[in-house]
Design a protein around this ligand. Structure first.
Ligand SMILES: [Zn+2]
Length: 279
């Protein structure tokens, strides 16, 4: 599933590849892919172009020149591909944006959970996911995070996945963030002291920015707009490494897998410690 670094890579690629090209027509191949129905896209987008390419968490926010906004939610397997005039449509194409110059931007999505949503001017957030999610996880404020953690007994790894607290972290990066700051992912959130919360916030920013620099993590479906794999899968320290030796210098531990809140969680029980404050 694309997480923040993958969606940020999509954002950068779209900005570069599509830029200010004019949308000449939109074809909806799968009505389910469009929140609010296909007519909202097929009528009225011709002649428009994207003025700015933004993102919050795992949502792409494309602001159009007429004040309206396109929200793009890749969810499980959604991704974008830029096709030249004679390229064939990919098998799982859901929405096709025809662009000036003959190129097509295709939203493809094998699992069909992704959505495209056109919002009226001035109503970018109302009634959408954007008003329910927290600040983007690339700006992880330790004091705010501490407030969110202190009254919860949820394991910190599950809390990192809570999009209302921080937007953008998914299952792969949550395990990597806990490893980076040396905290056991099962630690109850309220057990963290302020210095540990600061380490968690710093690790969050560091891991996500490395993920962005390497253009995301490809385990199965994720590809960049240019059709390439990301590079961060080669840097994963714990995710998917069950039974392998811990990479931390001098640590004799092996990577374990446990299930937290229904999701696989990887960590080294030798060098990742529980929070110090106990109740
Ligand atoms: Zn270790």
């Amino acid at each position: 599933m694309p997480e923040l670094p993958e969606v940020e890579t999509m954002r950068r690629d779209l900005q570069k590849a599509v830029g200010r090209k004019v949308i000449t027509a939109v074809e909806v191949l799968d009505p389910k892919a469009v929140a609010g129905g296909p007519d909202s896209l097929t009528t009225g987008l011709a002649g428009r172009h994207v003025r700015s390419y933004d993102r919050r968490g795992k949502v792409l926010i494309l602001r159009l020149d007429d004040g309206r906004t396109l929200l793009l939610h890749p969810r499980m397997t959604g991704r974008f591909q830029l096709l030249r005039p004679h390229d064939e449509l990919p098998r799982h194409a859901r929405v096709v944006f025809h662009l000036s110059g003959g190129q097509r931007l295709v939203f493809e999505d094998p699992r069909r959970f992704g959505r495209v949503e056109l919002r009226p001017a001035g109503e970018e957030e109302a009634g959408t996911l954007l008003c329910r999610i927290g600040p983007d996880a690339t700006r992880c404020d330790a004091d705010r995070l501490r407030e969110a953690l202190r009254r919860r007994r949820t394991p910190i790894k599950a809390l990192l996945l809570d999009q209302t607290i921080l937007a953008g972290i998914g299952n792969i990066y949550a395990s990597e963030i806990c490893y980076r700051c040396g905290l056991d992912p099962r630690t109850p959130s309220h057990a963290l002291r302020l210095p540990e919360v600061r380490q968690l916030a710093a690790a969050t920013e560091a891991v996500l920015s490395e993920g962005i620099a390497l253009r995301g993590t490809t385990i199965s479906d994720y590809r960049t707009v240019g059709g390439r794999s990301g590079g961060f899968q080669k840097r994963l320290a714990v995710y998917g490494r069950e039974g392998e030796i811990c990479l931390r210098a001098g640590c004799p531990g092996r990577i374990q897998r446990v299930v937290l809140a229904g999701r696989s969680t990887y960590f080294c029980s030798h060098c990742q410690r529980k929070g110090r404050r106990r109740k």
